[in-house]
Design a protein around this ligand. Structure first.
Ligand SMILES: [Zn+2]
Length: 193
């Protein structure tokens, strides 16, 4: 085994399962080949070979329209991570910041509150912390209002579709665990599962 890989495995060995799963689910495609192997080996050594293989398959094969719809339906039908209501389908707002794109996933009412400030501030503060000031900029609010119109029509927002695409590894990993799935939707930026 090369030194690089040995070093990487030793590093991964010091991390919690959830941290490694987060890497596998969300950042696998950005890793070097050696890091991919080291991560897969460490998780397999912990007894998660089956999960590793499922998630890698999703990353490597890319999403067919049918699979995209499968994961979208999975998320749409969950109860809202902020108010627990299951009366209306979940949707998402994509919030663009200089640090990257962030997502709020919730029922239409909660998304309106999140976009409207005050009532949404606690949710946003929990999810995005220091990004609040950027979120309040005028340009961002205009784009959020456009997304809210789509939410009110009951159609997938572009943010929802992109969320499904970028988080497909995590959705695959958590698809049989609604509790963890809803918790992830409530705080999509948390770097653990
Ligand atoms: Zn809600």
């Amino acid at each position: 085994m090369g030194l690089d890989k040995k070093f990487l495995i030793e590093n991964y060995r010091r991390q919690e399962d959830d941290e490694l799963f987060y890497l596998l689910a969300n950042e696998y495609n950005d890793l070097t080949e050696v890091a991919k192997e080291a991560l897969a080996e460490e998780l397999s050594a912990r007894g998660f070979a089956e999960e590793v293989s499922r998630v890698i398959t999703v990353h490597e094969a890319g999403l067919s329209p049918e699979q995209q719809e499968y994961y979208a339906a999975l998320v749409r039908n969950l109860s809202c991570p902020h108010c627990n209501s299951d009366k209306e389908r979940l949707n998402a707002l994509m919030i663009k910041t200089r640090e990257g794109d962030f997502y709020a996933v919730a029922c239409p009412d909660c998304l309106s509150k999140i976009a409207g400030g005050s009532a949404g501030e606690n949710i946003l503060a929990a999810s995005f912390g220091s990004f609040m000031s950027i979120i309040n900029s005028v340009a961002v609010m205009i784009s959020i209002n456009d997304q809210l119109k789509i939410v009110r029509k009951g159609e997938d927002t572009a943010g929802f579709t992109k969320f499904i695409k970028t988080r497909v590894g995590q959705l695959e990993l958590l698809k049989n665990n609604k509790y963890k799935l809803i918790r992830m939707l409530g705080n999509p930026e948390a770097r653990v599962l």
